[in-house]
Design a protein around this ligand. Structure first.
Ligand code: ZN
Length: 292
């Protein structure tokens, strides 16, 4: 099954919901970055959040960036999505191994660390990007995204994110949902959603049992209330290029470029998101100085 995101409204449009399956996305990230199971779960949950949140972007050039920086051994997480749900990301330390937590799950909270912050940067083509910032609530990512929406955007939200990793480190499945209350949602709607989502099995169990994102939304909302909308694919895709890397080198400044040319006779840069390496010869560097 290809990865996809489905949009929906419910309760007479006072609720918006998105649900996604992101198994291939997380597998791709694991392959690119050689992620340990807990790193796969941490990056996978964050990428799934970005996939869900990318559906709220309106402009074709809009992007959303999620940065998580805790005090745990994982270091930090960076994920970027465009409005077509082309997603890329990395963690600082992909090879972290930790014991399972007290409920037998991958210990994402300890890997991320409970002290730190989560940033959401929305580049909507305006002069300045929108930047929202919250302290980490639990480091489990899902709760932190819900807290971000409640605190920074004043949108009550329910977020579930999950990545299931087999003993042999294979990603078995990944997915999530995001439900938001729009102005006008009654208290009865709020308590109904809380009740339904609290009673729901973990998202990875549902996916494992063959449930689709649509099925999962159908378990939360009444059939007559739920209006399923557009369904779009999401995928891992980096947008790095030689030109972009050249601009990064240019931004180091003349003296730095000159010393790279004189002393190293060239430079190599590597993309954080896809690990692609770009070589620049001494001549390339010297011509950058001329073109500046
Ligand atoms: Zn790249």
């Amino acid at each position: 099954m290809k990865d996809y995101i489905v949009r929906a409204t419910a309760e007479g449009s006072t609720v918006r919901a998105v649900a996604a399956v992101t198994t291939n996305l997380v597998r791709e990230a694991q392959t690119i970055h050689n992620l340990s199971p807990v790193a796969s779960a941490a990056l996978g949950r964050t990428m799934t959040a970005a996939a869900l949140m990318s559906t709220f972007l309106k402009g074709s050039k809009d992007t959303i960036t999620i940065q998580v920086k805790g005090d745990g051994p994982l270091g930090g997480i960076v994920v970027i999505s465009d409005s077509d749900s082309n997603i890329r990301g990395y963690v600082n330390n992909p090879q972290i191994y930790l014991p399972l937590n007290e409920i037998g799950k991958l210990d994402v909270a300890t890997a991320v660390g409970r002290n730190g912050y989560l940033n959401v940067i929305k580049d909507l083509g305006l002069k300045e990007p929108y930047i929202g910032y919250v302290d980490l609530l639990s480091g489990e990512i899902g709760e932190d995204i819900a807290y971000y929406y409640a605190y920074s955007e004043q949108i009550p939200s329910v977020v579930a994110l999950g990545v299931l990793v087999d003993k042999n480190e294979t990603i078995l499945n990944s997915g999530g949902f995001l439900i938001q209350l729009m102005p006008g949602a009654g208290e009865d709607v709020v308590s109904k959603i809380e009740e339904k989502t609290a009673a729901l099995q973990p998202i990875t169990t549902l996916l494992r049992n063959g449930k689709t994102p649509e099925d999962i939304l159908g378990m939360i909302f009444d059939e007559k209330s739920l209006k399923l909308g557009e369904k779009t694919e999401c995928q891992y895709q980096c947008n790095c290029s030689r030109e972009r890397m050249e601009r990064n080198i240019m931004s180091l400044g003349r003296s730095e470029i000159k010393s790279m040319a004189d002393e190293m006779h060239g430079a190599q840069t590597q993309c954080h998101f896809c690990n692609m390496k770009y070589q620049f010869s001494e001549d390339d560097l010297l011509s950058m100085l001329r073109d500046e």
